[in-house]
Design a protein around this ligand. Structure first.
Ligand SMILES: C[S@@+](CC[C@H](N)C(=O)[O-])C[C@H]1O[C@@H](n2cnc3c(N)ncnc32)[C@H](O)[C@@H]1O
Length: 237
C-alpha cells in the first residue's frame, strides 16, 4: 500500500460527500462546481491542435481522478484508457462519463507498478498527478511506464516550485530536491528523519529546468515547456 493512499482516498470520500466534481475543488476557494472546467483544459485545447495525431488516437491518462480530462479527450474522438490509484475516484469517474455519454475505459491501477504491456498510446496524459509521485524511485518507475507505452506525445501538467507558495506548519521544503515533506508520527516505510523529526515525502515542486532535466534523463525529448506544462516525445533506440 502506498504511504499516501489514505490521504488520497479520504480526499475522494470527502469529494463525494460534498457533491464536488473534481480534486481541485477540494482545495480552491473559488470552486467552479463545473466538471468540464478542469485546470489544464486550456493547455490541452491549445496543445492538442498542434499535435500530429491519427484520426482516432489512443490515449492513456494516469492519475485521472474523477476523469474530467479523460472525458474531454473521449468527447473529441480519442479512445481513452484512464487509471487512478483510488477506487473511489474511478467510481466517480465512471459516473461522470456515463452522465456525459462518453466511453472511457477506466480502471484502478498504480502507474508506478504497471506491468509492461504491449499497447502503445498516441498520447499519454498527466493532469497534475506527477507532483504526488515524490521519491526518485517512484518517479523513475513512472517515467519508465510512460516511455514503454509511448508512440506519440507525453502531455504533462504538474505543480511546480512557486516562490509565493507557503509551506504551512508541519511541512518542510527541501530546495535541493524540490521535495515537500509532511511531518509524521514516527518511523514508517518511506519516512525520513530530518533534524530529529520524522517526515513523509508529500509533493515534488521542481523548477522548470529540473523537470526538463529529469524527463531528458529518462530518455524523453521535451518539445514544448511552459513551466509545468510540457509536451515530450520518445524515440526508442
Ligand atoms: C491532484 S489529483 C488530480 C486528479 C485529476 N487528474 C484531476 O485533474 O482532477 C492526482 C491524482 O493522481 C492519483 N495518483 C496518485 N498516485 C498515483 C499512482 N501511483 N497511480 C495512479 N494514480 C495515482 C491520485 O489518486 C489523484 O487522483
Amino acid at each position: 500500500m502506498r504511504y499516501y493512499y489514505a490521504e488520497h482516498q479520504a480526499a475522494y470520500q470527502r469529494l463525494a460527500e460534498e457533491g464536488l466534481t473534481q480534486w481541485n475543488d477540494l482545495f480552491e476557494a473559488d470552486r467552479t462546481a463545473d466538471f468540464d472546467a478542469f485546470p489544464n483544459r486550456a493547455f490541452l485545447e491549445h496543445t492538442l491542435a498542434d499535435l500530429d495525431l491519427p484520426p482516432t488516437p489512443a490515449a492513456l491518462e494516469y492519475g485521472c481522478g474523477t476523469g474530467p480530462a479523460a472525458c474531454f479527450l473521449a468527447a473529441r474522438g480519442f479512445r481513452v484508457d484512464a487509471i487512478d490509484l483510488i477506487p473511489e475516484a474511478i467510481t466517480l469517474a465512471r459516473h461522470f462519463a456515463r452522465d456525459r455519454g462518453v466511453d472511457v475505459n477506466f480502471s484502478v491501477q498504480d502507474i508506478c507498478t504497471m506491468p509492461p504491456g504491449t499497447k502503445r498510446y498516441d498520447v499519454i496524459l498527466d493532469s497534475y498527478c506527477l507532483q504526488s509521485i515524490v521519491t526518485d524511485a517512484d518517479r523513475a518507475n513512472l517515467l519508465t511506464a510512460v516511455r514503454d507505452r509511448l508512440s506519440g506525445y507525453y502531455v504533462l501538467s504538474t505543480a511546480m516550485y512557486d516562490a509565493e507558495r507557503v509551506y504551512e506548519d508541519g511541512f518542510r521544503y527541501d530546495a535541493t530536491t524540490g521535495i515537500c515533506y509532511q511531518a509524521t508520527t514516527g518511523p514508517a516505510p518511506d519516512a525520513v528523519n530530518l533534524d530529529g523529526t520524522w517526515y513523509l515525502p508529500h509533493r515534488r515542486h521542481l523548477h522548470p529546468e529540473a523537470l526538463r532535466a529529469e524527463l531528458e534523463q529518462a530518455g524523453l525529448e521535451v518539445i514544448y515547456q511552459d513551466n509545468g506544462n510540457v509536451v515530450a516525445t520518445y524515440q526508442a533506440r
